[in-house]
Design a protein around this ligand. Sequence first.
Ligand code: PLP
Length: 428
Amino acid sequence: TTRTLAPDTVVFDLIRQEKERQTHGLELIASENFVSEQVMQAQGSILTNKYAEGLPGKRYYGGCEIVDQIEQLAIDRVKELFGVEWANVQPHSGAQANAAVMLGIIKPGDKILGFDLSHGGHLTHGSPVNFSGKLYVPSFYGVERETGLIDWEKVKETARREQPKLIICGASAYSRDWNYQALREAADEVGALLLADISHPAGLIAKGLLNNPFEHCHIVTTTTHKTLRGPRGGLIMLGRDFDNPLGLKTPKGEIRPMSSVLDGAVFPGTQGGPLEHVIGAKAVAFGEALTDNYAEYTRQIIKNAQALAKGFVDRGYQIISGGTDNHLMLIDLRSKGLTGKLAENTLIKADITINKNMVPFDDKSPFVTSGMRIGSAAVTTRGLKEADMDTVVDLIDQTLMHHDNDSRISEVRRQVNALMSERPLFVG
Ligand code: PLP
């Protein structure tokens, strides 16, 4: 039998179900957000049909005149957004951006120093299960047991002891701001390059709500889909060090600008054809992020995160470091006699999505964990304000405190659905 081309009801019915889930639920996963219709339209466009290996004006394929303009727009907008000298918008993801940077600027076997995964760091910052821990020799800094904060003098001591070629800062679950100046001092002392991975707080940094990494870090990477609210993707940027601070050389021994080293590390170093449909969507998202509406959105993200933190503290939950400067917080559930796994699995029954997360010095495995990570970026896009945050915490608290009471959890789910169902996914 031959198959005929017909509407793929199976896949599109699943997409419809997923949209229902996203609409009815409370989305508190700190790395997620909801993109605008325009971002989605660009990403779902015919740009997916085009091969465009190379860079605008320097492609290995014909017919790139229009995608050149789109990619150049994405570059120009992101340079304006972050006030930077250079950007490559092609990395397919945050992990790809970090892979390109590391493969471009250090050699296999070199030492790297990153933030401990179990304290809130990311897999691509030296974890043994990731390329970064397999190809390079990682060491880690972490937070202090008593305060939950990074001690910057201790990072310097670790750098002196380990003599890394690359220091990586940035995290997936650290609720406080970063002292980029101290980290640059640590890097300069040992002759290391400093990479900031701002995947999580990128949008807050773009709007000047957190310390500016570009004043001190040689290279900055980010994802585009978290607080930045763009399509799923990655990005590499250079601030004041865009020329070549450490005299990086090509395999032939020529000194090259860092920008050209990194362009080459993305393509042909680690990727083939760029995803021009995603780059088109990045251009749209960067355009949105340049607006006053977006600036207001980012201020609301922080207000909401602080209202969430207060709600949890008021109900006796223990937040690592005691609060938050950004969009997220890590909650140690041990004082409530719960695990992260139980919290995640119970909250999903109430249509509340969070993720279980290791807490610093956790005594449980990564599959169980003692913590949950909560972020405000997605619910802020749905239009929730500070006053709603106490309700959100109350719904979470009721669910967790009655985790073996199914009828109580169903009642919470009804309240969650009532709060969310009538709101569009994206409220500019
Ligand atoms: N870096 C950090 C700090 C992250 O939090 C993440 C995503 O969770 C990544 C990199 C990886 O991004 P992606 O999932 O797009 O590869």
